[in-house]
Ligand binder design. Structure first.
Ligand SMILES: Nc1ncnc2c1ncn2[C@@H]1O[C@H](COP(=O)(O)OP(=O)(O)OP(=O)(O)O)[C@@H](O)[C@H]1O
Length: 261
């Protein structure tokens, strides 16, 4: 489904945290949401998921996201929050199975479709070997992968993941991005916030760059993650190189020479 955002603004307390953000995302793409700490990435994702009030239009396909209720929202949007503390002493498999609740009544046993979705989601982030472990007893990166699997198992047209790669080792970061690509290839829209610029450059079809609550740039990573934008928005100098798989971006210094030592 097409995601249409028009003049989205959010005020938290007296702070204008998002200021008239507009963009359109075609389905079937992985879209990276980038920007420095405090740029407004989590706020944008929370607004899309109905956690905070926002002004402006948010439309997913024919659905007005501001007008739908929680049950319908759970059929349309899966959301991985930035805060990833697991509170329940459930097995990994049972926790991932919670992602299927919107599709069956509480107390109903998972059907074959549910079981397939659960198994596939667990395989995608490589947690099948952990299936019987108690989720609260896993490492931070393992818990992050469990919660990502729960969101994937929900099988919604829009998947929103707030820094899903943070805390993951290099192999699992790549596995995660491959899985997001596969989900997008099925026609889903994947919106993912990232701090790793190389992950964004290599795996995202397009990136949205936020800065101080405003849309600073939008487009192909190659164009948006230019030396000029990296300096202007992130305040860094970066080494940019290309290999057969695309762009590599390694931040190497601060543009403000007075604070670099
Ligand atoms: N409840 C609140 N009241 C006032 N300001 C808030 C509140 N929550 C967040 N903010 C401010 O909103 C701005 C955007 O925060 P947000 O969490 O969306 O940033 P972010 O881009 O996700 O950052 P990070 O990369 O650090 O996760 C920040 O300046 C933050 O201080």
């Amino acid at each position: 489904m097409n995601l249409h955002i028009d003049s989205l603004s959010v005020k938290l307390g007296k702070r204008q945290v998002l200021d008239a953000i507009s963009f359109d995302i075609e389905p079937g793409q992985v879209i990276g949401l980038l920007g420095p700490n405090g740029a407004g990435k989590s706020t944008l994702m929370r607004a899309l998921n109905g956690h905070i009030a926002a002004e402006g239009a948010m439309q997913l396909g024919e659905h007005d996201l501001a007008a739908i209720g929680p049950a319908q929202r759970a059929h349309l949007i899966a959301y991985l929050p930035q805060q990833r503390t697991i509170g329940w002493r459930l097995s990994v498999r049972d926790l991932v199975a919670l992602g299927r609740l919107p599709w069956r009544g509480f107390g109903q046993r998972p059907n074959a479709r549910d079981e397939a979705a659960i198994a596939r989601a667990m395989a995608m982030v490589d947690i099948a070997p952990l299936a019987r472990r108690v989720a609260t007893e896993l490492s931070g990166g393992e818990q992050a992968r469990v919660l990502m699997a729960r969101a994937i198992a929900q099988e919604t047209p829009l998947l929103i993941a707030d820094e899903p790669a943070s805390g993951l080792d290099a192999a699992h970061q790549i596995m995660l991005m491959q899985s997001l690509k596969r989900l997008a290839a099925e026609g889903r829209t994947v919106l993912v916030s990232l701090h790793d610029l190389t992950l964004a450059a290599r795996w995202c079809d397009e990136v949205i760059l936020l800065n101080e609550g405003k849309l600073a740039a939008l487009g192909k990573p190659e164009a948006v993650l230019s030396q000029a934008n990296l300096a202007r928005i992130y305040g860094v100098t970066a080494h940019r190189a290309h290999d057969e798989n695309g762009l590599i971006i390694a931040p190497v210094g601060l543009t403000d020479t007075s604070s670099s030592g």
